[in-house]
Design a protein around this ligand. Structure first.
Ligand code: GLN
Length: 279
């Protein structure tokens, strides 16, 4: 394990020991804790572990190698073509769930759903919520659908809709009736330097948001305003450097009140919330 950890560290992997342990655990079918009592690895497992280490050293995301990503209470299938959900997005879901407390069958829309992490978590944690996941990327939506299907029969079904969050006609049937619109949109400024795992493996449509990273959000605000009921809630994730610019954009739009910014667990500015103006 020391040797495996060193290999990943030399390759610039950020958490080399944890990744090596999770990959070995994946190969032998054990948790990380379960590895303590593992005394022998047969040749076949050792070879498979070696091959996965090679790929991780080549900066393939850990979650693509295990095929799974943990997000809140769920495990989602992920792989080439879909954005790997990040822990910092979990707090945005927490915020959305708090807005739904006590409501019976609220309508929720997740714009740019990818793996479905946000939409499926809300459906799981607020039973009865009527959640729609919107995704425009034909590759990514295969994963949205796959993960939604995997939850079928367990939670209230999530609707998956192929669509663009900036399309003025998106989800017209929900106009003025949505309780919460939530989104982790593409917001990375063009040209920003991101880790190889992100640059080479997350889908470009999930990342890049134009010169200041806010182009997609600019196009989405009017759609969110139209969908929300008066007083309904909007929550949008953003980059570390957008904690002033995004709230300013939402205020300037004019359709919203109560614009606030929130930090993530690491204390970095992470998402902006607002309510649709009443009347
Ligand atoms: N937070 C993502 C990253 O680390 C970017 C997510 C996005 O653009 N929605 O790359």
């Amino acid at each position: 394990m020391t040797e495996a950890t060193r290999r990943l560290a030399d390759a610039g992997v950020e958490s080399p020991r944890v990744d090596a342990e999770l990959l070995l655990g994946h190969v032998v079918g054990r948790s990380r804790a379960g590895l303590f009592t593992l005394d022998e690895v047969d040749d076949d497992a050792a070879a498979r572990f070696g091959a996965l280490l090679d790929q991780r050293a080549d900066r393939v995301p850990l979650q693509h190698l295990t095929g799974r990503a943990a997000f809140r209470h769920l495990e989602l299938a992920v792989g080439p073509g879909v954005f790997v959900p990040r822990p910092e997005t979990e707090l945005l879901v927490e915020w959305a769930l708090e807005r739904l407390t006590g409501l019976d069958g609220p309508i929720v829309v997740d714009l740019g759903s990818g793996s479905g992490a946000i939409a499926l978590s809300i459906a799981h944690e607020h039973p009865g919520a009527r959640v729609t996941a919107v995704e425009r990327d034909p590759g990514a939506i295969e994963w949205t659908r796959h993960n939604a299907l995997a939850r079928a029969g367990k939670d209230t079904p999530v609707g998956v809709v192929a669509g663009d969050m900036t399309d003025p006609a998106l989800l017209g049937e929900f106009d003025g009736r949505v309780e919460v619109v939530v989104s982790n949109p593409p917001y990375v400024p063009d040209g920003a330097v991101v880790p190889r795992e992100v640059a080479d493996h997350d889908p470009p449509l999930a990342l890049w948001g134009g010169p200041d990273g806010l182009d997609v959000v600019r196009g989405m605000l009017s759609v969110a305003e139209r969908l929300l009921r008066p007083g309904g809630h909007l929550g949008i994730e953003h980059a570390d450097q957008q904690g002033t610019a995004l709230p300013a954009l939402v205020r300037a739009h004019g359709g919203f009140t109560d614009v606030e910014d929130h930090v993530d667990l690491a204390g970095r500015p992470r998402f902006t919330t607002a309510r649709r103006r009443e009347g």
